[in-house]
Design a protein around this ligand. Structure first.
Ligand SMILES: Nc1nc2c(c(=O)[nH]1)N[C@H]1C(S)=C(S)[C@@H](COP(=O)(O)O)O[C@H]1N2
Ligand SMILES: [Mo]
Length: 224
């Protein structure tokens, strides 16, 4: 009888110690793992939409970019072509903006974008003074363009972060053009090449299929 209570007590002590050690190690494991990235939904008083609110509508589906092989090419009417790595672009000055993307399909999402101003990228290059149009080429063969004036006047960025998260593949990882004031089809995703051009008649993928080349979302979507 006496022996039995002793061994029950010993077992009890053993169990308590086991729980304490297990707790200690799981605590350690929790501390070591990376804190989860949390999406920003409010920014300086602005209520933001969610990454979940975008509707995937790309011409060839989501593109998976191998970031080690990725280069952002800058070409066209410049003295020397450039090919920038993701790392080089991460080191450049980034700015944040709250901008709403409006798709012609009728949905829109307000989000916090962070990225590199094209002005800064271009200031490092010897660009021909004839350049008036910037053409964006994407990994899926998609193209669109903005006027150089629109880019400079609005300090247009290529975003690598959305609502505080690294840009998800669906939204164009590694870079999406934040074409503020323009319809969604101007917001090139998966940008691989920026071409400096003097052809202000250039029409990209949707523009050559009837959508406005100006693409101002407060104006009719079809025409010019
Ligand atoms: N490369 C590429 N970019 C693209 C498209 C596309 O098909 N391919 N679709 C455009 C259209 S029509 C819209 S509305 C937006 C949607 O961007 P989002 O997924 O970030 O909302 O991407 C634009 N950029
Ligand atoms: Mo769109």
């Amino acid at each position: 009888m006496h022996d039995k209570t002793l061994s029950i007590k010993a077992l009890g002590v053993f169990m308590v110690l086991l729980f304490i050690t297990a707790g200690f190690f799981s605590g350690l494991a929790a501390e070591e793992s990376e804190p989860e990235e949390v999406e920003v939904r409010n920014y300086k008083g602005a209520k933001l939409g969610s990454v979940e609110d975008f509707r995937e509508n790309s011409i060839k589906g989501v593109q998976e970019i191998d970031i080690d092989k990725y280069r952002l090419k800058i070409t066209g009417l410049i003295k020397e072509d450039r090919a920038l790595t993701y790392e080089e672009l991460q080191k450049m000055k980034h700015i944040k903006k709250v901008v709403t993307l409006h798709c012609v399909e009728g949905w829109s999402v307000k989000a916090l974008w962070k990225g590199v101003p094209l002005k800064d990228l271009f200031s490092k290059l010897k660009i021909d003074s004839k350049v008036n149009t910037v053409i964006f080429h994407a990994a899926d063969g998609y193209t669109t363009s903005l006027s150089m004036t629109h880019i400079m006047d609005n300090n247009i960025i290529i975003a690598d972060h959305l609502n505080g998260l690294q840009l998800p593949p669906e939204q164009g990882f590694p870079f999406q053009l934040v074409a503020e004031q323009k319809w969604g089809y101007k917001w090139a995703r998966w940008i691989t090449k920026i071409e400096l051009s003097a052809n202000d008649d250039y029409r990209g993928y949707w523009e050559s299929r009837g959508y406005s080349s100006d693409g101002d979302y407060d104006e009719p979507r079809f025409g010019n």
